[in-house]
Design a protein around this ligand. Structure first.
Ligand code: AMP
Ligand code: GLY
Length: 419
């Protein structure tokens, strides 16, 4: 009988009200799962996310603030909220540099001894081209700053890679983000995302996920912010997760501490499972989008408690997950990821949401009268939970099949061949 009473440590923050900052599918998933145990307010949110308010987070009160996107983190929102005495899950501007600058990330990772691709960071054309030509190819050329997942070229063609280096150094492609270029050795293998919740010293891993970055089936076409995801990942067993915690995340937290950075938030390791073991492609300083849409619904423990403990500097409870699988499929506007067409009325939402195990997380919608209309490139995610990946995939695609607007597109191979 007593075993059913949740055990709370003396220092556990009591989380009754949470503010989530952001407006996309990730924030909708965060709000949905945090909402199991707490009242949730989302700012700015959207017409598709319950509890959305148009008030700045600095003017809101809550027991816990969770910052979703990278841009406010890089701009120091966590620091400003902490300065007001608020409990915040998300790194300060210093820690967020790990995502804000790929050159900084590579330098921290090298100092921490984390396995990653060989690289060079350049401001000048001649040494950049010399380094590029010294690599065997395929070639990986990245813009240094934030580029919404679209600043990376991976190509077997040296001429294309050289042109991309020139464009990025000239700042033509991504404005300020483009003046430093990072060139990397190409890693080969399946990709894996591991989201580690960090309290400054320790980290616990959430369930692994795989996302799909290219717009087209079979990994074709340009990179996007993410066209779908699934969790669990059959090839990512506990040993892989432990290796990533022990050899990647914990040494990185130690290196950050050495630099005076107390990192409390998600450290998202984007990994390539190479023949030589996992290698780091990148760190993000926030929950993955759309990984959150498949990882968070699988939680069986209290998310608000976990994030509050991390924000307070002491994680005391390991997260637990259901064995059920989760699959999410992004439905995008016509022409996304180039210049999406907006303002189309979305049909079939009610019918899709009625399918057993299906939940819709909204990303780019606004209301027009009684309708929801498209207002972004990635419009919504149809997420389904079921006992197996295959069943979850079937349910998700059945939901997708009930939704429509002119020009809507999605990948049809999400979780078709789980690795
Ligand atoms: P990033 O923005 O650094 O996550 O890169 C976006 C995508 O580009 C990754 O998910 C990979 O698919 C690909 N990529 C980035 N770096 C490499 C690399 N060194 N080798 C192979 N593929 C890469
Ligand atoms: N799923 C890729 C990202 O969140 O950056």
């Amino acid at each position: 009988m007593w075993g059913e009473v949740p055990v709370r440590s003396g220092t556990m923050p009591n989380v009754q009200r949470v503010v989530v900052v952001g407006s996309g599918g990730r924030e909708h998933a965060l709000a949905s799962v945090l909402g199991r145990t707490a009242e949730v307010v989302v700012t700015p949110g959207s017409a598709g996310i319950p509890g959305s308010v148009d008030t700045s987070p600095e003017e809101l009160d809550a027991d816990l603030f969770v910052i979703g996107p990278e841009v406010p983190l890089v701009e120091g929102l966590a620091d400003r909220l902490r300065a007001q005495g608020k409990l915040v899950f998300g790194p300060g501007a210093d820690g967020a540099e790990l995502e804000g600058s790929k050159a900084v990330m590579k330098e921290v990772v090298a100092a921490a001894g984390v396995p990653t691709a060989r690289y060079g960071a350049f401001d000048e054309l001649a040494p950049a081209l010399d380094f590029l030509r010294s690599l065997p190819g395929p070639y990986v050329v990245k813009t240094d700053g934030l580029a919404a997942g679209k600043g990376v070229l991976v190509t077997p063609n040296l001429i294309d890679a050289e042109d991309d280096v020139r464009a990025k150094l000239a700042g033509d492609s991504f404005g300020d983000a483009g003046h430093t270029v990072v060139i990397e050795e190409c890693l080969v293998g399946p990709e894996l995302s591991i989201l580690a919740v960090c309290d400054g010293h320790k980290a616990v891993a959430l369930a692994p996920a795989q996302d799909f970055k290219r717009v087209g089936d079979g990994g074709t076409g340009p990179n996007t912010g993410g066209m779908g995801a699934y969790s669990p990942v059959p090839g990512a067993d506990e040993a892989v997760v432990q290796t990533v915690l022990d050899d990647f995340v914990v040494p990185t937290l130690a290196e950050l501490r050495r630099r005076g950075i107390d990192y409390r938030g998600v450290l998202y390791a984007g990994l390539m499972l190479t023949d030589e073991g996992p290698k780091l492609i990148e760190y993000n300083v926030r929950f993955g989008d759309p990984e959150s849409q498949v990882v968070l619904p699988r939680l069986t423990s209290d998310l608000a408690q976990l994030l509050a403990e991390a924000a307070a500097g002491s994680i005391d409870h390991e997260p637990t997950f259901t064995d059920d699988a989760c699959v999410t499929v992004a439905c995008a506007s016509e022409f996304y990821p180039a210049t999406p067409r907006l303002g189309d009325v979305i049909e079939g939402l009610r019918a899709a949401g009625e399918r057993e195990g299906v939940e819709i997380f909204f990303a780019g919608v606004e209301s027009e009268g009684d309708d929801l209309v498209t207002s972004g490139g990635r419009v919504l995610y149809v997420t389904a939970t079921a006992p197996t990946i295959e069943e979850a995939r079937d349910r998700a695609y059945e939901g997708v099949g009930r939704i429509s607007w002119p020009g809507m597109h999605h990948r049809s191979d999400i979780a078709a061949d789980p690795t």
